[in-house]
Design a protein around this ligand. Sequence first.
Ligand SMILES: Cc1cc2nc3c(=O)[nH]c(=O)nc-3n(C[C@H](O)[C@H](O)[C@H](O)COP(=O)(O)OP(=O)(O)OC[C@H]3O[C@@H](n4cnc5c(N)ncnc54)[C@H](O)[C@@H]3O)c2cc1C
Length: 571
Amino acid sequence: MSSGPDSEYDVIVVGGGINGLTAAIYLQKSGLQVACFERKLEAGSGCCTEEVMHPGVKVNLCACNMVTLWSPAYADLELEKFGLEMLTSGEWGMFHPFKDRSAVMFNSFNARKQYEHWKSINEHDAEVFKTAYNIMAPMMGDTVMSQFFTPPTTGAKEAVQAGGLASMMNAIFPEIPENAHELSGIELAECLYQDEKIKTAVLANCIMTGSHPWERGSATLMPVVFPVLQSTHSATWTCRGGSHALVHALCSCFAAHGGRLFTGCPVEKFIMQGDAVQGVALSRHAVFPEAEIRAREAVISNLSCHPTFKQMVGEEKLPDWVKEGVDAYKNDETVLFTNYWVLDRPPRWEGYPDELNNAYGFNFGMESVADIRRLARNLERDELPDPPIVSGLSVQGFALADPSQAPEGQYTVMAWSNVPYKLPELGGSEKWDQIRESYGDKVDALLREYNPGMMDSVIARYCNTPLDYYRKNPSMVEGSTTSGATSWRWHGTSRPFEGCGAPRSPFPGLYLSNSIWPFGTSNLGSGYVAAEVLAKDLGLRDKQDWWCAKPMDAGIEVLRRRGIELEFNLA
Ligand SMILES: Cc1cc2nc3c(=O)[nH]c(=O)nc-3n(C[C@H](O)[C@H](O)[C@H](O)COP(=O)(O)OP(=O)(O)OC[C@H]3O[C@@H](n4cnc5c(N)ncnc54)[C@H](O)[C@@H]3O)c2cc1C
């Protein structure tokens, strides 16, 4: 920030979120001159760690389940060299406690232990896991590549609709009917698994991944895929120093390659010539007020669908078909309410299996599939679940994995309840300010039913509503955790709307790294895909020898260095 921006760059990225930064670095490293303009004084709003409670308590407000080890960017961009270190608390990444003090657990690295654990609950369901694991685990890297790091293709959605994957599933699992593609995730789980607790725990985890098991389409297969994905190291990691350490690694990397990041620089509008996007105009509140910066090749918007098209392009410039697509885009599909607690002793699960004490995360408040159906009904009607349902993930592993995230002798636990944004019964979304603490109390009371000892050790609490998220980051419209809808209607090439061609857009010179497929997560997929397509369009992609890492390999390598070897076949 020693000097203002130049008048021109090859590529301008609007929004310094982790995906905008990822796209910016890939392109800068490919030889382009790239500048990124971020509204806030600190980049990476969706991956923030802030001391909002008391000094030394690091609160990871957005991304908590860091899936960066899936990403080719981890190795391509040498993020470890720029300070990123991934940590986790224990091999049992996730668990689902029940009020009778039993739990269904998910192992992150050891599929054999996963199989044995499920076998102790239900032999049939353990065999289902083993069969699915043996088929899917060896091809997990390719699957993740095609789903998260490859631009979506027309035809993939039609293949699922026509039952392609379902008939393959039916050939493997006789329990799954031939019309599996017409089932919801819940219906599929009901066919496939016998044990009610396993069904409930698996479905809760599907919700956690942003896949709604009451829907059809891609959500249908998630109950089979999730346990396999979880056992291949995929999730339940934090970064040393908190989630925001990823942002710092990306910023350092960008700067090291000569990229320019300008913080405190909200973009007001795209500069347009006809329907072509040629640059950006900063807001009058920017550090460089009303500066106009041109892009020689392209502008990438790292803002979600509504701000990109309604504000940056301008509603008046949208052709009817684009306006219809943008207006129809649903923001509030996956919305979370946060409780963050500080404990004065390590979390302990008295009366439950010992493994829970060191596990990273959990979901709670669902005793059977009926509770999952209750959540679906509540969300469909914009009603607040009461009692709450905490299926967005809870994390107890931050300070267990990384003591730097809390003062000595203190520990943090976080819980995400699934909620609607709009609150029509209470008079609208602004009512979130009034019910913040009372809804937080309901989550406290619910967790007390599972773990009274943990709640007795709470010394401070902080609650964050979806409205708070929206206020902090106007690109997180209605508090959406996934920058808008991810369900079947908006899957693949249909995101953010049919005909958009994302990550390209209907406006020449404009590319998108947000509200596209894949949806933005800490696996950095949407930034990767935006960079991939733009680099191809500019004829640069084939010349980058360094741009070659494969998804999932980083995690396998990190585990290997820690003496853990993943097993891909449970003979
Ligand atoms: C409650 C919650 C929980 C989540 N949990 C997880 C999780 O556990 N794991 C996970 O992987 N992901 C999680 N996510 C998603 C996570 O936030 C995304 O992975 C990540 O933030 C997406 O990054 P992005 O770059 O796509 O978008 P963003 O982080 O939203 O980046 C957009 C950037 O644009 C900036 N901006 C906004 N307006 C302007 C403007 N006018 N001009 C310039 N800049 C502007 C914003 O400040 C922001 O920095 C969660 C999100 C939420 C809200």
